[in-house]
Write a protein that binds this ligand. Structure first.
Ligand SMILES: C=C(O[C@H]1C=CC=C(C(=O)O)[C@@H]1O)C(=O)O
Length: 412
């Protein structure tokens, strides 16, 4: 494993990879329609992509028989020029993806997108109850994972838990999306209606798994986190401590090593910085490494995303043992949490973000998920607190403020 001991300089870079920021999107552009009715919204790098209607759906049975990447390529080729594939891929490899080609795709600069009919300042939905803030089962699961790591089967595993926020009336997914985006415009804000219409997956991911433009690939894996502080001096001190934390650097190195091994065969050249940078979100500092390369001819953004997914930022090392540990230690199926969300065009350009800092909105219930990387020496109490901090992104997106679920006195 690569050792990274040097602390990196603080970076306040808002956009992980400026190379993707001027990405022109193809597809028919429709006038600003009612975005509330859209089945798909994805914002990043200065513009938002909105998918209306459904032209063709990727058949999960076909994906199982020919492979997901081939099924996606074929669907785009059949759909003809200008088509864009959008949607989500679940965490479990045998679960059905929700990928489709919308009837029309609107690609709008973010400023225009933000001034849509949806008002983020609309009256917050009153919270009627919160279930899962205190989760002793999660601490037990972390302790068992640490034991397993000690026995040598496993080096790292990401364990997640859920939290239900029940409101006085149905959640308004479009308003939640917009609030999330305004709070963290540097992240990838997404909103995808579930195929059976039962609800909407919404979130703001800080993590780009694969972004491709003109054959140039970027991936910005994150792992290793610390909660942001109100006081600026304390906040910078927290970031510096994170950049020097042996535990977090080890947790991060698993991810970078995995990405390098997975992407080297796909790329003509691959640049992997020796030390991580520091990425701030509204709630957390993360260690991140911006990996860049040139994809071999014929490969696309989804090929790259599927090659690295699931990284140890969401699963673990080795992948098989980590998947088994997750299945055994997490009480519920992850669904789309921990999967991929994004889009791709017929030229292979696109973006796939890790689907996290998210919730499934079903009527008045928002089910949030958050996980933390467990390595040798992880402390169950600290990991419980870290997941509570991670819930903070979605709680803020839901308009729930002034609530401390971290037990530290800080606002989540
Ligand atoms: C699993 C999550 O975060 C991952 C991404 C960044 C940093 C992480 C960490 O430091 O543990 C996690 O690996 C989550 O937000 O649910």
């Amino acid at each position: 494993m690569t050792s990274r001991t040097a602390a990196t300089a603080l970076s306040d870079r808002a956009v992980p990879d400026p190379a993707l920021s001027d990405q022109a999107l193809p597809g028919p552009v429709v006038p600003a329609a009612d975005r509330r009715a859209a089945g798909f919204r994805f914002a990043s790098y200065g513009r938002a992509l909105t998918g209306h209607g459904l032209r063709a759906r990727l058949d999960p049975a076909r994906a199982r028989s020919v492979g997901l990447a081939t099924a996606a390529r074929d669907l785009l080729a059949d759909a003809g020029p200008g088509a864009v594939l959008v949607g989500m891929i679940p965490f479990a490899p045998d679960a059905d993806p929700h990928l489709y080609i919308p009837d029309s795709v609107e690609a709008a600069p973010l400023r225009a997108a933000a001034s849509s009919s949806v008002s983020a300042s609309s009256t917050p939905n009153p919270l009627a109850g919160l279930a899962g803030a205190e989760n002793p089962g999660y601490r037990d699961a972390v302790a068992r994972a640490v034991e397993r790591i000690g026995s040598g089967d496993l080096s790292k595993v990401v364990l997640a838990r859920s939290l239900d926020a029940v409101a006085g009336r149905d959640w308004d997914a479009a308003a939640v999306w917009e609030r999330l985006h305004r709070q963290n415009p540097a992240g990838h804000s997404f909103m995808v209606r579930l195929p059976d219409g039962s609800g909407t997956v919404v979130g703001n991911s800080p993590e780009l798994v694969a972004g491709v433009r003109h054959g140039r690939l970027s991936s910005h894996p994150l792992a290793g986190s610390a909660a942001r502080q109100e006081d600026p001096a304390a906040d910078r001190a927290t970031a510096s401590t994170l950049a020097r934390s042996a535990k977090d650097l080890a947790e991060h190195a698993f991810v970078v090593d995995h990405i390098r091994t997975a992407l080297e065969p796909l790329c003509a050249d691959l640049d992997v910085p020796a030390v991580p940078d520091l990425l701030p979100t509204g709630q957390l500092w993360h260690l991140g490494t911006l990996v860049r390369g040139t994809l071999h001819e014929g490969l696309n953004c989804l090929d790259a995303a599927l090659a690295v997914h699931p990284t140890p930022a969401i699963c673990g090392t080795p992948v098989g043992a980590a998947r088994a540990a997750i299945a055994e230690l997490e009480p519920e199926d992850r669904g789309f949490y921990g999967g991929l969300v994004g889009w791709m065009d017929a030229d292979g350009a696109g973006e796939w973000a890790l689907l996290l800092r998210s919730a499934v909105l079903t009527g008045p219930i928002a089910r949030l998920h958050a996980g933390a990387g467990i390595v040798a020496g992880s402390d169950p109490e600290a990991e419980h607190r870290e997941t509570a901090t991670k819930f903070g992104t979605m709680l803020a997106g839901l308009g729930i403020t002034g609530l401390d679920i971290t037990g530290t006195g800080a606002n989540a």
